[in-house]
Design a protein around this ligand. Sequence first.
Ligand code: HEM
Length: 263
Amino acid sequence: MAATTLPSAAATARPTGRLRRFWDSTVGKKTIMAITGIAGIGFVFVHMAGNLQMFKPVGAAPAMHDYAVALRKLGALLWLARLGLLACVILHVIAATQLTLRNRAARPVAYARRQGQSSTLGARTMRIGGVLLLAFIAFHIADMTFGAGLAGFTHLDPYNNLRLGFQRWWAVTFYVVATVFLGLHLYHGAWASWRTIGARRSSDRPFARPIAIALAVIIAVGLAAVPIAAALGAFPEASARIELEDTISASAPAPATLGGGGR
Ligand code: HEM
């Protein structure tokens, strides 16, 4: 019996065997979730900082355009970052799903009554918030990167794409609701990740997490600021002075995409 369930000594000695055992263990999955989550926080922080260029008093449209072009000019590096981010999302979701199923299997009969210990709203909304964020990311890339269904979308003109996109009240609502859930997810996730990788001991005072709170509030408010300001008419129509040359050198699929959807 033991011979069929335990890996052989040779398998555990091999790096792939050790990696497999790490991935199969609960602590391994939590560590993967922590590392991929921290990478995700890094991404959303940089993304938020980039989006805040929308508020540049003069030349926000050209600034956003130059930013989009500069990103494309990174070429292979941009693709490496995109693939890395995609890998992080996939690993994060698989590990979260497997841990949830493992928890359920360990307790097939639910508690008769749940006694909330020191759980926060962030902790209680991790799963539902995670599913909503996944749906948001899929919609958001189709919407703002590919311009699917966004009338007037122009490749490499994020200023006007955001201005037009947030003339739709339902999109403003969806983006703001998603940022609220993102804030809650980050609040609990940032603190839990920190604890998983051993940097912080368990605390029975969940509200005493100043860094996690500050990070979550800064990111949620910084991201929600753009859709809210756009809905309030803070971004007037402006030309991004898109050069055909930019579009080509930033490796768009075809010059015909200028002024149209797609990339
Ligand atoms: C709520 C406010 C947000 C605004 C205003 C916003 C704005 C944008 C815009 C304009 C683009 C297209 C950029 C371009 O094509 O040059 C973009 C792309 C993207 N956004 Fe957001 N975003 C927001 C929130 C988020 C969140 C919360 C996430 C993830 C959790 C996210 C993930 C992405 C990703 C993965 C891309 C594609 C990047 C690429 O093409 O390489 N965004 N966003």
